[in-house]
Design a binder for this molecule. Structure first.
Ligand SMILES: [Zn+2]
Length: 337
C-alpha cells in the first residue's frame, strides 16, 4: 500500500519533505524540520485538536459529530482546540451547538468560514456569538503563535462571482508585521487554502509572504476543500484538513443518503456525499523529535459514493482524484480501517 497516495502535489510543487508514517493503528502525516527551524524554541510537545467544516446548517447530525470530537479531546487532552470554519451561523438555534465547542476547552480557536455569514449574518455577529477577539488574530498555545487569517475579504481584483476568497492589503500588511516581530514557531491558519485547489485569489502573494518567514512557520492549515492534501511551496508546508461531515457534489448530483424525513428538513444535504463518522485530527508538534504530525480517523461514505454517482466523469480531473483518494478520510485519517 502506498502511504503517500493520499498526499497530492500538482506539478511544480515539491513533496520531498513529506513522509507518511504509522502511529499506532492510525496513519499520520509527518513533517520533519531541520536544525534552523523555530520548532527548537519549544520546551515541550504541543497538541491541538482540530475539526473543520462541520456545516451545522447543512447536515442534520452536526451536534453528534461535534460531540464525538469533544469525547475525543476529553481523552487526548490537547493544549488547545480549533475549528477552522463553515461551523455554524450565529443564529439563536445554534447557541447550544456553538456552546458545545466553546465549553470543551479553555483554550480554543475559531476561524471564520465563507458559510458562517450565510442568510445575511455579519462577521461582527459571528465574532460576538462565537466568542472571538477579531476576524484575524494571533493566539499563543504553549509557545506556538497561531496566526489565524480571515480569507473572506472583499475587494479582490480577480473576483468574478460567488463567495470571496481573498486576503486584502490591510490584512497582508498586518501579517507581514506579525511575521517580522514574532520569533516563532508559528502555525498559519485560514479557512480557504493558501495553496492547492481553490486557493485564495492572491495565493501567490501569500505564499511569497510566508516563504520569507519559512524557518519560523511550522505549517499552514486550511479547511474548505473537504479533501486530504498536503503541499510544499517555497519551503512552507500547506495541509488541507478534510471536513467532519461530507463532500460537496452539487445539485446536479442530488440524491438521498438518509431517510426521506431527514432530507425534507435538510434539503441541501442531497447535494453531498456524507461521511459515516465525524472526521477530525490531532496535530502534535514535538520539538525533541523535531517533527510535526497529524493523527486522524478513517470512515466511509453514507449512501451512494461519488464514484457510484459518476461524479468524476464531470469533475475537474485532479480535483476528482483528490476526492476519490480522500474517501471520507481527514488529515490524516488515511487509508485503512
Ligand atoms: Zn468553506
Amino acid at each position: 500500500m502506498n502511504h503517500l497516495s493520499s498526499i497530492h502535489q500538482p506539478n511544480g510543487l515539491s513533496r520531498r519533505r513529506f513522509i507518511a508514517s504509522t502511529a499506532g493503528a492510525c496513519l499520520s502525516l509527518l513533517i520533519p524540520f531541520n536544525s534552523s527551524s523555530a520548532i527548537h524554541r519549544l520546551k515541550k510537545t504541543v497538541k491541538v485538536g482540530i475539526i473543520t467544516d462541520l456545516h451545522q446548517d447543512i447536515i442534520h447530525d452536526a451536534p453528534a459529530r461535534l460531540g464525538s470530537f469533544v469525547q475525543h479531546i476529553n481523552k487526548v487532552k490537547p493544549d488547545a482546540i480549533m475549528q477552522m470554519g463553515d461551523f455554524a451561523i450565529p443564529a439563536d438555534k445554534n447557541k447550544d451547538f456553538i456552546g458545545l465547542f466553546n465549553q470543551a476547552h479553555d483554550k480554543r480557536l475559531h476561524v471564520i468560514g465563507n458559510h458562517d455569514t450565510d442568510t445575511g449574518y455579519t462577521k461582527d455577529q459571528v465574532i460576538a456569538t462565537w466568542g472571538m477577539s477579531a476576524p484575524y488574530y494571533v493566539q499563543e498555545v504553549n509557545g506556538i503563535s497561531f496566526i489565524v487569517l480571515d480569507g473572506n475579504d472583499k475587494g479582490s481584483p480577480a473576483y468574478k462571482s460567488g463567495y470571496p476568497a481573498f486576503i486584502g492589503s490591510e490584512q497582508t500588511t498586518w501579517l507581514k508585521e506579525k511575521l517580522q516581530t514574532i520569533d516563532g514557531p508559528i502555525v498559519i491558519v485560514s479557512h480557504q487554502p493558501l495553496a492547492g485547489p481553490v486557493a485564495v485569489d492572491n495565493a501567490a502573494e501569500l505564499q511569497d509572504i510566508l516563504s520569507d518567514a519559512a524557518d519560523k512557520i511550522l505549517v499552514a492549515l486550511n479547511g474548505h476543500t473537504h479533501i486530504d492534501a498536503a503541499y510544499q511551496v517555497k519551503n512552507v508546508h500547506y495541509v488541507h484538513v478534510n471536513s467532519a461531515s461530507y463532500f460537496w457534489l452539487g445539485n446536479k448530483f442530488a440524491h438521498e443518503s438518509y431517510s426521506a424525513d431527514i432530507h425534507q428538513s435538510h434539503p441541501v444535504l442531497a447535494s453531498t456525499c456524507p461521511y459515516k463518522d465525524a472526521l477530525f485530527t490531532t496535530l502534535t508538534i514535538d520539538p525533541q523529535r523535531s517533527v510535526l504530525y497529524f493523527e486522524g480517523r478513517s470512515t466511509d461514505w453514507v449512501g451512494k459514493t461519488p464514484d457510484e454517482l459518476n461524479y468524476y466523469a464531470t469533475a475537474n480531473a485532479y480535483h476528482a482524484d483528490m476526492v476519490r483518494s480522500a474517501k471520507g478520510r481527514s488529515v490524516n485519517n488515511q487509508l485503512t480501517k
